[in-house]
Design a protein around this ligand. Sequence first.
Ligand code: FE
Length: 198
Amino acid sequence: MHHSFSRRGLLGVGAVGIVTGLALRQSQAQQSLLPTTPQCTDNDEPTPRQTEGPFFTPSSPERTNLIEEGMPGERVALAGYVLDRRCRPVAGALLDLWHCDAAGVYDNDGYRLRGHQFSDAQGRFVFETIVPGKYPGRTRHYHVKVQAPGRSILTTQLYFPGEPGNDSDGIFDPALLLDIPLDRGPNLGRYDFVLDLG
Ligand code: FE
């Protein structure tokens, strides 16, 4: 399993703290989860494109929190920057996230675990969601589309470090691994998207 997350917060009283933390307004969450300015290392290469897969649904609701009452799964804040290749923040970029539930099932009738938001003035975003389950043929992953205002759409996927299925997944790309710092309170998955804006 995704051993790199602390499981402590999911059990007993710790869960209360996590839920409270995730209830922070988006701007507060971004400020607490992300540094004020991005670290500009390794940003010269744009984020690789990946297949959309068969389960994208257009017109997802605009929201930052995909967690619903009673939804099983390990909570995670998926956060980062949208940057251009010169490490300049991209404000107002569309981020559309969709993924399967903890049992590996996509909601193809509605919008469970689907949502979009726009990066803030500093290029930051944060989704509050769960760790996706796995389904046959794929390692654990998120799907995401990122689009700077008026520009083309980057469709890609994000992966979990240390996931046993990564090596046997023909689509997996280590350039798309989340950074999961173990010293943070709420479970945090960091990824900075780098768009090739010319
Ligand atoms: Fe998928």
